[in-house]
Ligand binder design. Sequence first.
Ligand SMILES: [Ca+2]
Ligand SMILES: [Ca+2]
Ligand SMILES: [Ca+2]
Length: 374
Amino acid sequence: MNRLLKAACTVTGSVFLMSLIVPLNALLPMTSANAQDAGRSPIADIVEAWRASPHADRSSEAFTHWNEDGEIPGSCATCHSSIGAEDYLNGPMSTPGVIDHPVPLGTTVGCVVCHQNSAETLASVPFPSGVAVDSLGDGAVCAVCHQGRASSDRVNTATLDIEDDAVSADLGFINIHYAAAAASLMGGEARGGYQYEGKTYKGKFTHVPNLATCTDCHNPHTLEVAQESCSSCHQNISQFSDIRMSPIDFDGDGDTTEGIANPIAALHERLDVAIRAYAAEVAGTAIVYYSGSFPYFFTDSDGDGSASGDEAIYPNRYQTWTPRLLRAAYNYQAIAKDKAIYTHNPHYALQLLYDSLENLSEQVDVDMSGLVRP
Ligand SMILES: [Ca+2]
Ligand SMILES: [Ca+2]
Ligand SMILES: [Ca+2]
């Protein structure tokens, strides 16, 4: 840690622990050697960048969800508060993402989360599969929270000893959770997606040496990715999702120049169709997905293929799960909830989608025409 940062953290760390009682900016000029001559210190710029970022958005659902409960439970606090993250990082990390006590409301992802010693020296991060990953560099702390909450292993445990196509009341939807970018990035190594038996999966998306970890691509404070850092190699892109290197036509439409995000979206759409066909024809109850409502898969009572307001409610959650349906639905959600999986690990995403489609095609008509597995 550089000297500047050390000074900043001594101050900001304690401020954040006291839940921002003192406005941070008032303290900052004192912490920076060149504050007087530059007018603005580098740290003031960092604070401003962080403040405008989602990590500091106090009004976000991610930090206010528990307001009515009065505290954040230990199963959520690691990733949804500075205090919980600190306790986790300084504890045994024996259950991935979980601490054994609730924490107070009111913090976000503050400076202290990433700049305490246990975060800066964090070498190995346990994932929900139980696998510990040690190749994340400066991005290790990011992976603590962006690792999701489930894995292949949990789906396998839940479906153990149940026939692939048997409806079981013991099954419920298993949710990877939001923005599990680190699980995507690590691919088959972390087993964040549902990996079918007998298949091999792409591991970490190693990309190029200087752009291989979270903070190589993301500014750790704004959280943004600068498109200029891509355009030297990926020319003529107007958005990240235009990036294309793979020469194979994965979605079989004859176009190999479309951004790699395009075939991922195309297979994802086909998976939605296949899941609905299987649910109706094999599980015996129509299903519908709605991304904005927990637990995401509902009974499509009127069978029209879309989720109306009175369908997308918890009491109407889908309850006719078979192991085969659960595996495919798990992967559907894993792709849906990492909006940038096309850059975090595009080929892993395509493999998960392809295998889910192929597996459903053992029972119902699935359009596999032209599809190529990476
Ligand atoms: Ca194509
Ligand atoms: Ca296409
Ligand atoms: Ca409907």
